[in-house]
Write a protein that binds this ligand. Structure first.
Ligand code: PLP
Length: 767
């Protein structure tokens, strides 16, 4: 046990500089540190450090003095560094309340300084997000993540895999949920602009309760640590109230070891989520005390005081615990007359980027640090890492090369012959592999996704059924060669247009509502239509949908069961559901699938009708549907067998899984405009009228080199491809990189345009 000096024995008053005084809804810890130090050292001279006089924490009355600097963008870092060094040499201590300032200080003092109470550079490097390599000895896991260096195609796959419950995170601050592709693109643009880096990462969301461990250490010795569970959070997810407890041994022992290995000095915080199974997931480690630091002091653990005590050798006044829980209140404090309020209140300019929330110009500090040493704060560094270029399947290249582009007027959809044939063939073969004597597995091609005759014919040739949502689509299928008993009729508009309902027996009809079912039963009784299977589409509970018969209240469920009982006894019964896994995510779709089977079982029990045909709809993204291995689908067949033993046929209705890769859009560059900072705007002769799905998912893009004829994939960069339309939002691709030598007249090809891009494209701006 060291022998501390008593404060009264000291000749000079102790001076502590504390930065990070921002006290808005997403506060920095400075004010909490100051309050805790004041309690421990009533007579110490506490100096608040800030980079703007707009930070309200400078008015906190525990501060004896203020050191207000110019904002970071205006500050001369060399001369400021010299002044900080002089302050430390003169005996002052420095506790940093800002991550970026701590990084700058670590760079300024490569060998540390006894009075600098912040971690050394070596430690900071080992806690960079998202891997937090230093924490490998702690009983925590790191949520799955992917660097945004990967191609958009792969990032979209990551989002689907994780049910679009993902966070896009910046290297220093800022994280945003990105529940859809357009939000992802917007946030990526904003974050990379604000933090001057393309190096962001996407991380899977972990559901659970948030907790943190705060620590205090001096030269590798752990002085104290507490555990805090968030009990109340702000809309931004920041702590509003919490409870404090001891850190359990299984965490404390490796934590002590980690602090030692890192030679940590200063405060620190490990932010975690604990999932339902009790596993802790580490979100990040901050090189400073957290903003709730004083909540711990209230509970009898004054960690800033332990830090100053260890560094100064001066004993802190002990603070008794006042309770194990703390909460925040909003306080009005008098404004210091020497720092009157600025004349105009700063408007709140949006949620992204601390430059907008923090007036001290932290983002320009980020830029300066980056320029000084781009390696210093590398977020995700992978050896031989991703190039951002999408992988282009060989059949795409073959199909595109089969065109004589001199004869192709642009914009023009290109049918990808061998690609389309391969997709239908493989899907047909898989159905065959999964089928048994008891249960047949079959696909029905969703005509609406792309009613191109070539696709409908491929469906016919590969043993598909035809799935139609209107009588016009039924007739299209019949014209191409489908027999009526190979047609599934679906959707809310199946009676349109009037008078076109075939009289021959169809394969299956699924009713979208109780009224639709009664109308169908009536028509069958009157001999106006016929179907081997008649079924209902059930509405997905929990996932919002306008389609199908709802089953989430006892009353609606009773109505559904009563309707099923009215079905003619000589038609087989079926159930259909459809929810796009491309929207809700793959894992969530499988979850939904299992829940739907349970509903099916209840319908069987209560209606007394057994289910002959189960139709699981479409909505798969091509890569998810054409996954190489059958095992998931084989397991699904087994599950259906086990839960619904009377099912004889399992149908799925892929649309875009078949159609989307089967066409590409060729376009030509009309003009290239180069702007400052390497920004390029290229106008093309295509537009969002040909690519209406541009906002929903990425497209793999190629340029055909005008000299060699070679097809070159486009990676990410600073070029915007502007559509030909005179419309503000007609930007068909943002942040791509045109290969060197690209000129006006060159050909670009957007792959993955054969689904709704093709079928929903419209004629616009053509006179
Ligand atoms: C649109 C539709 C499909 C196909 O959906 P995709 O997203 O193109 O796979 C399948 N079944 C029904 C009932 C549909 O309405």
């Amino acid at each position: 046990m060291p022998i501390w000096r008593r404060y009264s024995d000291c000749v000079e008053p102790m001076k502590v500089y504390v930065s990070g005084l921002y006290s808005g809804g997403n506060p920095q810890p400075g004010v909490g540190i100051v309050r805790s130090l004041r309690q421990a050292y009533p007579k110490a001279e506490l100096v608040g450090v800030e980079y703007s006089n707009r930070v309200s924490g400078i008015h906190w009355n525990d501060l004896d003095d203020l050191w207000i600097q110019r904002p970071w963008d205006e500050l001369d870092l060399d001369s400021y560094g010299a002044r900080v060094r002089a302050a430390l040499d003169a005996g002052g201590f420095w506790i940093s309340g800002s991550d970026l300032e701590a990084m700058w200080l670590a760079a300024l003092f490569p060998d540390g300084h006894d009075h600098l109470l912040a971690p050394p550079m070596g430690a900071l490097r080992r806690i960079t997000k998202p891997a937090v390599e230093a924490a490998s000895g702690l009983p925590v896991k790191i949520p799955t993540y992917v660097s945004t260096d990967h191609s958009d195609w792969d990032l979209h796959a990551f989002c689907r895999e994780h049910n679009w419950r993902v966070w896009l995170k910046g290297p220093y601050y800022d994280a945003a949920r990105t529940p859809s592709w357009d939000v992802f693109e917007a946030v990526r643009n904003a974050l990379s602009k604000v933090w001057s880096t393309e190096r962001l990462y996407l991380q899977a969301h972990v559901s659970g309760y948030e907790e943190s461990v705060m620590l205090s250490a001096y030269k590798g010795e752990l002085l104290g640590a507490v555990s805090m569970r968030k009990r109340e959070i702000t809309p931004e997810g920041k702590t509003w109230a919490g409870d404090i407890s001891e850190v359990p041994d299984e965490f404390m022992v490796p934590l002590r070891q980690m602090v030692k290995e890192l030679q940590w000095t200063g405060g620190g915080e490990l932010e975690m989520v604990r999932d339902a199974a009790g596993q802790a997931w580490l979100l990040e480690m901050n090189p400073r005390f957290p903003a709730w630091v004083h909540g711990s002091t209230i509970a009898g653990h004054n960690l800033p005081a332990l830090l100053v005590q260890a560094a100064s050798g001066v004993r802190a006044v002990p603070a008794p615990a006042q309770g194990q829980e703390f909460t925040r209140v909003v306080l009005e404090v008098p404004v210091r007359p020497e720092y009157p309020l600025p004349p105009i209140p700063e408007p709140f300019a949006g949620a992204i980027g601390h430059s907008l929330k923090h007036p001290s110009g932290l983002t320009s500090l980020a830029k300066k640090l980056h320029n000084a040493n781009p390696e210093m704060l590398e977020v995700v560094s992978e050896e031989g890492g991703p190039t951002g270029l999408p992988t282009i399947p060989d059949t795409f290249v073959d199909d595109i090369e089969s065109y004589d582009f001199d004869a192709v007027e642009t914009p023009q959809f290109l049918f990808m012959d061998s690609t389309a044939a391969g997709l239908f063939k493989r899907a047909g073969e898989r159905s065959h592999r999964l089928s048994t004597n008891e249960v047949q597995v079959v696909s029905g091609y969703s005509i609406k996704t792309n009613p191109d005759e070539r696709l409908i014919r491929l469906a016919l040739e590969n043993g598909f059924l035809a799935e139609a949502i209107s009588l016009l689509e039924v007739h299209k299928a019949l014209e191409v060669g489908f027999k009526p008993d190979q047609v599934i009729l679906n959707g809310p508009g199946k009676w349109w247009p009037e008078g076109m309902m075939p009289k021959e027996r169809m394969h299956a009809v699924f009713c979208d509502s109780v009224a639709d079912l009664d109308r169908t039963v009536g028509a069958i009784e009157r001999g106006e239509m016929s179907s081997a299977h008649v079924g209902v589409r059930i509405r997905t509970p929990n996932v919002v949908s306008r389609f199908g018969i709802p089953l989430d209240s006892p009353a609606t469920f009773r109505e559904l069961v009563a309707a099923v009982k009215r079905l003619p006894a000589d038609t087989a019964f079926g159930v259909h559901f459809h929810m796009a896994s491309s929207n809700i995510g793959v894992a969530q779709w499988w979850h939904l699938f299992e829940s739907m089977l349970k509903w099916c079982r209840s319908i069987e029990k209560l209606s007394g009708r057994t289910i002959d045909i189960l139709d699981m709809g479409g909505g798969w993204f091509p890569d998810d549907w054409h996954a190489d291995d059958d095992s998931k689908f084989a397991k699904a067949v087994e599950t259906i067998r086990a839960m619904l033993p009377n099912v004889r046929q399992i149908v799925s209705e892929p649309g875009k899984a078949m159609a989307q890769p089967s066409m590409a859009l060729a376009m030509r560059i009309l003009e290239i405009q180069e702007h400052e900072d390497d920004k390029v705007e290229a106008v093309v002769d295509a537009s969002i009228a040909e690519l209406p799905m541009y906002f929903f998912y990425p497209h793999r893009m190629l340029r055909k080199c005008s000299e060699t004829g070679q097809l070159q994939p486009l990676g990410r960069g600073k070029t915007h491809l502007m559509g030909r339309l005179c419309m503000e939002h007609d930007i068909v691709a943002a942040n791509v990189q045109l290969p060197e030598g690209t000129r006006a007249g060159d050909l670009l090809i957007f792959c993955d345009a054969g689904g709704y891009d093709r079928s929903m494209s419209y004629v616009f701006g053509r006179g």
